[in-house]
Design a protein. Structure first.
Length: 518
C-alpha cells in the first residue's frame, strides 16, 4: 500500500519537475519561433531579444543580422519600385493628356482611327492603374504605411461603394446588413478600407463574372464584409495564391481577363495593416466569396479581454462571417446601392448636382441625380469619376484614385475643408491644377460653399492656381484658365435637416464679383 502511494506521489512530482526543466530549456526556441513567424507574416522589423541568456545570444545575433539584411534588401527593392513608378507618372500624364486632346477631335478621324484611339485610351488607362497600384504597394513595402486610424462604420462604407459603382453605370446590387452590423464600428484607415471594397467589387466585376451580392455582418468580436461574385470560383489549391502579386487564377474567367494582378495583393496588405484578415471561399450560389474580417472597435476598458477573444476566434477558424455554419440572424435588405446621403425610402425625388470632369485641357460639368445635394454627395460623385459613356464621349478625371472627405462643416465665411490622400499631391504637371479645379468647382456647386481649403492629414497643403501655389482657401476665380468661374444655377435643392454637418446651409449662387477668401 505504501509502495503504491509512493509511486502515485512520485509520478506527478516527476512530471512537474520535468515540465519546469524543459520549459526553461525550450523558452529560447519559443522566442526564435515567434520572431520567425512575425517575419513570415510581413513584420520585417521583428528581432530576437536574448534577455541576457548566454545560450541564446549567438543564435539571436545571427538571426537578427540575417533579418536586418533581409529588411534592408526588401526596403531597397521597394524604394526602387516606388521610384520607378513615380518617374513613370510624368510620361504617363503626357500620354493621357495627348490622348484626351486627340479624343476632343475624334469626330474628324476615320472609323479605324477612332477605333485605334479607343484602344489606346483603354490601354493607357490600364497602365495608369498599374502604375498607381505599384506605387501604393511599393510604398507599403518600403515601410511608408501612412496608417490613419479612425472610427468607421463598414455598413455605411459599403453603401457608399455601391453608390459609386451605380453612378459609374454598374448594375444595381442590393446591400445586405445582418443583425446589429449596421451600427458596428471598427478602427480602420478609411481610405484603405474604401480601396479594399473597391478592389473586391472591381475584381468581381472584371474577373468573377459580375458582382452578385455584398453583405455586412457581425460575428462575435469581428465585423465582416462579404463580397460574392457570379464567376467560376477559386479552387482550394489557389486560395492562398490569389492574394499574391501578379497572381492569375487557372480558371478561364480569372486567367484571361485584363488587370494588373495587384488588386487582391493590395486588399491583403491593407487588411493586414488594419489588424484584420481576408479569405476566399465558395459562395452559396456558386462563384467566389471574399470575406474581410476586422476587429470591432473597443468601447470600454476591456481591450485585453477583447484581444484574447480575437485571438481565440482566429484560432478556432472563425466560423460565421460567410464561412461555415452559423445561426441565421435578423436580415435587413437595403434595395439597390444608395448614397449615404439618400433620404428614407419613399422620400420625394431630389435634384441634380453638377460634377466637374476634364475634356481636353478644360473642365466640363456632368450632372448627377442626388436626393440631397450635400458636400459628401458631391465628393463621392467626383471620386467615382465619369461614367463609361462619358469616357467614350471624351470626359476624363485628373484625380488619381483616392477618397475625398469633408474634414469640417462649412465655416461662417463659406469655406469648406476637404481632406485628400497623399496621392493627390503626386498628380503630375498640369493635371494637378485640373484636379484641384475639379474639387473646387464640384464642391462650390453645393449651396453656401464659396471656397475650398485642401488638407492632408489635417494640415493645409499648397495647391496650384492660375497665380501660383497657395495653401489658402481657393475659389472658382482662381481657375479661370480652365473653366468659366460662374455657371448657370441648378434648380433649388431641398433644404437639409437642421444641424446636418455634411450639407451646407442654403445661400445665393456665386457671382462674378465674389472676393477671394483668404
Amino acid at each position: 500500500m505504501v509502495l503504491t502511494l509512493s509511486v502515485l506521489a512520485v509520478a506527478p512530482v516527476s512530471a512537474a519537475v520535468g515540465w519546469w526543466v524543459t520549459r526553461s530549456a525550450l523558452r529560447p526556441l519559443d522566442r526564435v519561433s515567434a520572431a520567425a513567424a512575425a517575419i513570415a507574416a510581413g513584420d520585417l522589423g521583428a528581432r530576437i531579444d536574448p534577455h541576457g541568456d548566454p545560450s541564446l545570444a549567438p543564435i539571436a545575433g545571427s538571426f537578427n543580422a540575417t533579418a536586418a539584411a533581409l529588411e534592408q534588401r526588401v526596403r531597397a527593392d521597394a524604394r526602387f519600385a516606388s521610384d520607378v513608378s513615380h518617374e513613370l507618372r510624368s510620361p504617363l500624364t503626357t500620354m493621357l493628356n495627348a490622348a484626351a486632346l486627340v479624343a476632343a477631335h475624334a469626330d474628324d478621324l476615320p472609323p479605324d482611327g477612332r477605333e485605334a484611339l479607343a484602344l489606346l485610351r483603354s490601354e493607357v488607362g490600364d497602365f495608369e492603374r498599374l502604375v498607381a497600384d505599384l506605387l501604393e504597394i511599393s510604398r507599403a513595402d518600403a515601410g511608408n504605411t501612412d496608417l490613419v486610424l479612425e472610427d468607421v462604420r463598414p455598413a455605411a462604407l459599403a453603401r457608399q461603394a455601391l453608390a459609386r459603382r451605380a453612378a459609374a453605370g454598374g448594375a444595381a446590387v442590393d446591400l445586405t446588413v445582418r443583425g446589429d452590423a449596421a451600427d458596428a464600428v471598427v478602427r480602420a484607415d478609411k481610405r484603405r478600407l474604401e480601396r479594399v471594397l473597391r478592389n473586391l467589387i472591381d475584381n468581381a466585376d472584371g474577373h468573377g463574372g459580375g458582382l452578385a451580392a455584398v453583405t455586412v455582418e457581425r460575428s462575435g468580436p469581428w465585423v465582416c464584409l462579404v463580397v460574392d461574385d457570379d464567376g467560376p470560383g477559386v479552387p482550394e489549391t489557389e486560395r492562398a495564391v490569389v492574394f499574391e502579386r501578379f497572381a492569375r487564377g487557372s480558371r478561364s474567367t480569372r486567367a484571361s481577363s485584363a488587370g494588373s494582378g495587384l488588386g487582391l495583393a493590395l486588399v491583403s496588405r491593407h487588411v493586414q495593416l488594419m489588424g484584420g484578415t481576408v479569405a476566399v471561399t465558395d459562395a452559396p450560389g456558386g462563384g467566389a466569396r471574399f470575406v474581410v474580417r476586422l476587429p470591432v472597435a473597443p468601447r470600454d476598458g476591456g481591450a485585453a479581454v477583447r484581444r484574447a477573444a480575437l485571438a481565440l476566434a482566429a484560432g478556432l477558424g472563425l466560423a460565421g462571417c460567410g464561412v461555415g455554419a452559423q445561426s441565421e440572424p435578423e436580415e435587413v435588405r437595403i434595395p439597390g446601392p444608395a448614397s449615404p446621403e439618400t433620404g428614407a425610402p419613399g422620400d420625394a425625388a431630389g435634384t441634380g448636382l453638377r460634377v466637374w470632369f476634364v475634356r481636353g485641357s478644360r473642365l466640363e460639368a456632368a450632372e448627377r441625380p442626388v436626393d440631397r445635394p450635400g458636400i459628401d454627395a458631391a465628393l463621392d460623385a467626383l471620386a467615382a469619376g465619369p461614367t463609361r459613356g462619358e469616357v467614350v464621349d471624351g470626359l476624363r478625371t485628373a484625380l488619381s484614385p483616392q477618397s475625398l472627405t469633408p474634414d469640417r462643416p462649412v465655416s461662417a465665411d463659406a469655406v469648406v475643408v476637404v481632406g485628400v490622400s497623399r496621392e493627390f499631391t503626386e498628380v503630375a504637371g498640369g493635371n494637378q491644377l485640373l484636379a484641384t479645379a475639379q474639387v473646387v468647382f464640384t464642391v462650390t456647386e453645393v449651396p453656401g460653399v464659396e471656397a475650398v481649403r485642401i488638407t492632408t492629414d489635417g494640415s493645409p497643403i499648397e495647391v496650384p492656381t492660375d497665380d501660383g501655389l497657395t495653401a489658402e482657401p481657393v475659389g472658382r476665380e482662381d481657375y479661370a484658365s480652365v473653366a468659366t468661374p460662374v455657371s448657370p444655377p441648378l434648380p433649388s435643392a431641398p433644404s437639409p435637416p437642421p444641424g446636418d454637418p455634411t450639407t451646407a446651409p442654403p445661400a445665393a449662387p456665386s457671382t462674378p464679383g465674389r472676393r477671394r477668401l483668404r
